[in-house]
Design a protein around this ligand. Structure first.
Ligand SMILES: [Ca+2]
Ligand SMILES: [Ca+2]
Ligand SMILES: [Ca+2]
Ligand SMILES: [Ca+2]
Length: 398
């Protein structure tokens, strides 16, 4: 307990009421509610709540199949199809012994071993396992012990209804306005999400598409040299691809897959694909709808695509977030595959790829979520040893 003594200029002495000693913020104090940006949920507990009264049961009206999203970035260590009291559940490891747990899910849309960004969808609300009705059972853990929940830097008041501020920007890059150089883009998650395209000296170009739990994807679906927007809905493995005013729909991949795009055959029109973390493989969809797979990297790597050798065909790559290392794959004229590693950025950064200098060879870059800073690795080729770095602040820091 402490009190504050003030001596105002008028000479009176004012004794303020004691204020409670502030509670030191625990690890994970900056976690966000496990629901999309803007949603209101009521979090409760009860005296016999298993395994701890510090666990939170989240409810709102008609909440069955509502999306559940990650409180913070991390690696999925459990994506269980059921069999325990938790039913179908997901655990995300945030490093340093900290994790979050999401239980009684109706569906799970991530795979064990996969890296997930903050606000990425993990599954949907259900009533599986030892549950008396639809709700999300949620735990913030340190080692194996459940901690008092904190959100956005404040200790949670059990029994209260709160609005999710789990509102994040997802970094991207593509040739969005017909110039040789790629533009920097953020996908701003909201009820109605939007792409914001950075245009130097002008206000960002805004294109609305998708919902708060869709994953963004950019590509030249109509082959006119300018990238189009698209989204991937994890629950249904469906791409919605926009060209002009029309939107086409492509079902490809399965639960747990992450969307990618590229011109796999080099004809100018881009195709879609997925990265499947459980197989450490890409599945690429050809224009005729057939699929082929390429193994690359490990389950926890994040996918990147680009034309690393400038032959007109999009190549594959992965980014290891823990070491900030890109592994870039290209295929030579004889059909032999080669990989090269490039270290760039800092652990925890998110990868981006774009042609920063307009030489038709895609370069790599990163976006630092804590400062909303894009760093472009500028070089003749993405694997060239000599490179300079250009930094641009764009998007909302977390
Ligand atoms: Ca286009
Ligand atoms: Ca193509
Ligand atoms: Ca290529
Ligand atoms: Ca380039």
């Amino acid at each position: 307990m402490r009190s504050v003594l003030l001596a105002p200029a008028l000479g009176a002495v004012l004794l303020l009421a004691p204020v409670p000693t502030s509670v030191a913020a625990p690890p994970g104090a900056d976690y966000q509610m496990p629901f999309p940006c803007g949603q209101e949920w009521t979090g409760t507990t009860r005296g016999n709540h298993s395994p701890s009264t510090k666990a939170v049961d989240w409810n709102r009206v008609d909440d069955v199949d509502d999306p559940v999203v990650a409180s913070a970035p991390g690696t999925v260590t459990t994506a269980s199809a059921g069999g325990s009291g938790y039913g179908r559940y997901v655990v995300v490891d945030h490093g340093g012994g900290a994790s979050t747990l999401y239980a009684h899910l109706n569906s799970v849309t991530v795979a064990s071993g996969q890296s997930v960004d903050q606000a990425a969808q993990l599954g949907t609300v259900g009533s599986t396992g030892n549950s008396s009705g639809p709700h999300l059972h949620y735990e913030q853990r340190l080692s194996s012990s459940v901690q008092t929940a904190w959100f956005g830097g404040a200790e949670f008041v059990y029994g209260s209804t709160q609005r999710s501020t789990n509102c994040v920007d997802v970094p991207l890059a593509a040739n969005m306005i017909g110039k040789p150089r790629a533009e920097l883009v953020v996908y701003r998650r909201a009820d109605r999400s939007r792409f914001e395209v950075l245009r130097p000296g002008r206000t960002p170009l805004v294109r609305r598409m998708g919902t708060s739990t869709d994953e963004p994807v950019l590509g030249d679906w109509d082959g006119n040299g300018v990238a189009n927007i698209g989204v991937f809905t994890p629950g249904s493995s469906t791409f919605a691809l926009k060209t002009g005013r029309s939107t086409s729909s492509v079902v490809f991949g399965r639960a747990g897959d992450q969307p990618v795009a590229g011109d796999w055959d080099g004809d100018g029109r881009w195709e879609v694909g997925v990265r499947r973390p459980g197989e450490a493989a890409f599945w690429l969809r050809a224009a005729d709808g057939s699929a082929s797979s390429v193994r690359l990297g490990s389950a926890s790597d994040l996918p990147v695509t680009g034309d690393w050798d400038g032959d007109g065909r999009t190549d594959l790559g992965v980014f290891d977030q823990s070491t900030a290392t890109f592994t870039l794959r290209r295929v030579d004229q004889d059909g032999l595959a080669w990989t090269a590693q490039v270290q760039f950025g800092e652990p925890g950064d998110l990868p981006v790829a774009g042609d920063w200098d307009g030489n038709r060879i895609t370069d790599v870059g990163v976006w630092d979520p804590s400062s909303a800073t894009f760093s472009e690795r500028q070089s003749a080729r993405p694997t060239a040893a000599r490179a300079t770095v250009a930094s641009t602040v764009f998007g909302r820091p977390r």
